[in-house]
Design a protein around this ligand. Structure first.
Ligand code: G7M
Length: 310
């Protein structure tokens, strides 16, 4: 919804419905919950809650290595011992992301599921993907309100890193929701163009090169100035398919090991610019290969057209 200021002080009133995905190696868990509605106490909204243990913050180490941290013994043998440690609450923080009210699309997105590789020709895009996206956009299933809130200075206003307000080539540089900003080695920033109607890189033509070059030059200059990270330590790319169909560029620290940076999803900004310079309608004609989760609605469309079987 358009209320950009909703914020919570605690997790009270959250009912656990189910665990969507328990990602032990990433020390994260995604759950489906229900949260008492802000509007009426009798009703509850579906919510997706993402809980993730954070990396250690070196400036807090002395606080952890102190009498404030209680230990219980798990094993003791000669010079070796292992414990479960209970550090004080202020240094045992976890990152919590709440999507509420969550649509079925969000619940499906975070559910553990099978992945399948899909090939999308130009014709598949015109016959399957585009009609599907247009239907979803018309019924507001891909809620882009959060993007418009940023572009219209209604949300995350204190987080803006840079803005170029030109209608055609301008963009806003924002910390991504995934980055808690505590450590520049895990830098994750996104560039959001002001121009509306560009759904994904499929829509890009030679006409958009000035916008893309502007992001590449100014965006990276600002990051170097603010965070002292030079362009040659950054990974700058688009997703295809994205989750949100307002064009955006992902910028992250090269040492950050992330899902979504792999060959089946990421397209480097510099390659996109280069391809458009060589062939202005490259992305309209290209066959894309990408991975979809099997309970993604777009996957269902490809399966219905018998295009997801090989
Ligand atoms: O390319 P794709 O659509 O998959 O990526 C969307 C990106 O937008 C992800 O990296 C999200 O973490 C980020 N993101 C999503 N939302 C809803 C928000 C938001 O409300 N604020 C910010 N700053 N980033 C978001």
């Amino acid at each position: 919804n358009g209320d950009a200021t909703a914020s919570r002080k605690s997790l009270s009133g959250v009912e656990l419905v189910s665990v969507l995905n328990d990602k032990t190696s990433q020390k994260a868990i995604f759950v489906h919950g229900r949260i008492a509605s802000a509007k009426s106490e009798q009703t509850a909204d579906d919510a997706v809650i993402l809980l993730e243990k954070k990396p250690f913050n070196q400036s807090q180490l002395q606080e952890i290595l102190s009498s404030q941290t209680k230990l219980t013994v798990d094993l003791e043998n000669d010079i070796y011992s292992t414990y479960t440690a209970y550090p004080p609450p202020l240094v045992s923080d976890i990152k919590a992301t709440i999507i509420c009210p969550a649509a079925e699309k969000h619940i499906r997105k975070y559910m553990k599921q099978k992945l399948t590789v899909v090939r999308e020709t130009k014709e598949d895009y015109l016959n399957i993907t585009m009609p599907f996206l247009e239907k979803q956009i018309a019924s507001n299933v891909f809620n882009l309100q959060w993007v418009f809130n940023i572009l219209e200075h209604k949300a995350e206003t204190e987080r803006v890193l840079f803005e170029d307000d030109n209608k055609n080539t301008g963009f806003m540089l924002m910390p991504d929701m995934k980055w808690d900003r505590s450590d520049v080695k895990s830098l994750y920033v996104m560039a959001l163009p002001h121009k509306r109607g560009l759904k994904s890189i499929r829509d890009l033509t030679a006409e958009h090169i000035p916008l893309l070059e502007n992001i590449q030059t100014k965006g990276l200059e600002v990051i170097e100035k603010l965070f002292k990270i030079p362009a040659n330590e950054l990974r700058v790319y688009f997703h295809y398919q994205p989750s949100y169909y307002h064009l955006h560029v992902h910028i992250n620290h090269i040492e950050l090991d992330l899902p979504g940076t792999e060959a089946l999803r990421a397209h480097l900004l510099s390659d996109v610019i280069e391809n458009l310079k060589l062939t202005g309608d490259y992305y309209q004609n290209k066959t894309f290969t990408f991975v979809l989760q099997e309970n993604n609605f777009l996957f269902t469309e490809f399966a219905k057209a018998n295009k997801a079987l090989n």
